[in-house]
Design a protein around this ligand. Structure first.
Ligand SMILES: Cc1cc2nc3c(=O)[nH]c(=O)nc-3n(C[C@H](O)[C@H](O)[C@H](O)COP(=O)(O)O)c2cc1C
Length: 221
């Protein structure tokens, strides 16, 4: 057999999911809320060793409609929504201030699964943000205190100096909180669960916010 040579051929030859052995999404057995199904899938991803199952692509858009996406860490899922934390003064914070519409995309390829959470994101109250910051390890608190995220950086040495000063500050004062550190919660209006199958079509189940709870429906794959 000839080896694929062009990039196009190599990409075409790559597997996407570990088939067979994928789990099955049974729409008839779906729980009443997307929160419950998400938690079940997240637990499954953790238990089956998916790397960084809590890493999620967060998409935002500015007031002009320019879209920006980046990975963040999922901090929690509660009745209020899906939580993450960041500097509020950086690009994503500015986007959300101008336009709260946002979306999270989880990909757990080892399980053939994608989840899309769409809604509006809002900053939590200052006490929640403060608690999130203080729960971070020293190095993460120092990185948070440096701030200036996504601004142009002159040299690595410049960052090293700022980080060293921040580390000294957070270890000297264990109650010190970075002023811009913010916990955000994405309150969903729409959550879609996508499950690849071993041999049939992909199954897509959408939850939409309804007057009383959540309405579910299938989507064409
Ligand atoms: C696996 C992973 C996890 C990350 N987690 C966070 C996070 O929880 N919060 C955060 O602000 N940035 C996180 N980042 C960095 C962001 O992807 C991004 O570079 C940074 O937040 C600046 O984004 P912005 O310029 O769009 O505001 C993470 C990056 C990776 C690769």
């Amino acid at each position: 057999m000839t080896e694929p040579v062009t990039l196009r051929e190599r990409l075409r030859a790559l597997p996407t999911f570990p088939r067979p052995g994928l789990p099955v999404l049974d729409p008839g057995a779906a729980p009443a809320t997307p929160h419950e199904l998400f938690t079940t899938w997240l637990d499954d991803a953790i238990e089956t060793g998916v790397l960084a199952p809590h890493a999620v692509v967060l998409s935002t858009a500015d007031a002009a409609g320019n879209v920006h996406a980046r990975t963040v860490i999922l901090k929690d899922v509660t009745d209020e929504g899906w939580w993450f934390a960041s500097q509020s003064g950086g690009p994503k914070g500015r986007d959300l201030e101008a336009n709260p519409h946002a979306s999270m995309t989880f990909l757990w390829p080892g399980r053939g699964r994608q989840v899309r959470v769409t809604g509006t994101a809002a900053p939590a109250d200052p006490e929640t943000s403060r608690a999130d910051f203080l729960a971070r390890p020293d190095l993460s608190r120092a990185a948070g205190l440096v701030d200036r995220q996504s601004e142009p950086l002159g040299s690595l040495a410049e960052y090293d100096a700022a980080f060293a000063a921040a580390l000294q500050a957070v270890t000297a004062d264990r109650g010190l909180v970075a002023p811009g550190w913010t916990a955000f919660v994405l309150a969903p209006t729409d959550v879609e669960f996508w499950q690849a199958s071993d041999d049939g079509p992909h199954v897509r189940l959408r939850y939409r916010e309804a007057d009383a709870g959540w309405a579910t429906g299938l989507l064409w794959p």
